[in-house]
Ligand binder design. Sequence first.
Ligand code: NAP
Length: 251
Amino acid sequence: MDDLRLDGRVALVTGGGRGIGTAVAKRLGAAGAHVVVNYANSEDGARACAGEIIAAGGSAEAMQADVRDLAAVQAMVDDVLERHEHLDILVNNAGIVRDTLLLTMSEEQWVDVVDTNLGGIARCIMAVGRSMMLNRRGAIVNLSSIAAAHPNRGQANYAASKGGIESLTRALAVELGRKGVRVNAVAPGIIETDMSARVRDEAGKEIKNRVLLRRFGQPEEVAAAVHFLVSDAAAYITGQVLTVDGGIGLS
Ligand code: NAP
C-alpha cells in the first residue's frame, strides 16, 4: 500500500546497532526512508545494518551518540539536519535493564535505567522536536514495554521508566499535535533479543505458556508495528500505546 511507503523521509532510530533497533532500521529503510542508524557502543552492528539497507537498494548511515548526553544527541541531529534539511521520523528505541529488587537496588542502577530509557527519549525529542514542528510534519515512536502495565519482580526501575515513557508519549502528543507531529508508543512483550536472554533462559517455558500465541516475539514483528505507526497509514493516530506481546498481557 502506498501509505506505508516512506520515500523522501529521513528517520533516526536510536540503538539501531542490534536487537529491535536493527529490525526497525531495516524495515524503515526497505520502505524507502533514509535511515540514520544510531549506536552508543555497537558500531560494527550499526555499520552492518546501514550496509545491509544500502545493499538492498536503500539509503542509510551509522552515527554515534549516547542518549544520556544531550550535547551529543543535539550534535548528531544538527549534523543530520544540515545534510538532509529535515528529520521526519524518530524511533526512540534505546533502552537498558538492570533488574533487581528495589530494596537491594543501588542508586546507580535506578538512575542508569531511568536516565537512559526515559531521559534518553526526552533528550532526543528536545533535539528533534523543533525542526519537526517548523516543518509541521513528524512521527515519533517510543519503545515502551508490557512491563509498564504488568511488571515482574525486580523490574521497579525498568517498569517505572516504561510507565514514564507512556505518560511522556501522551503528554507530547498533546503538546505537538497541533504542529502536525504525532507521538505514539509500542509496548513489546518478550522479544528474542539480547535484552530478554536471561529471562528466557531462566523461565522461558513458564513464560511461553502465558503467551496466548505460545511463542516469543521476533524483532521484525515489533518493527512492523513501528513502521505502521510512523507511516501515513496511521495519519490519524496519536498519543496511543500499541501492545505487541502475543497476548501475554491477557493471561
Ligand atoms: P537490546 O538488544 O539489549 O539492545 C538495546 C539497544 O539500546 C542497543 O542497540 C543499545 O546500543 C541501545 N542503547 C542502550 N543504551 C544506550 C544509550 N545510552 N545510547 C544509545 N543507545 C543505547 O534490547 P532490545 O530488546 O533490542 O530492546 C530495544 C527496546 O525495546 C528497548 O527500549 C527495550 O526496553 C524495549 N523492549 C524490549 C523487549 C524485549 O523483550 N527484548 C521487551 C519490551 C521492550 P549499543 O549496543 O550501541 O550500546
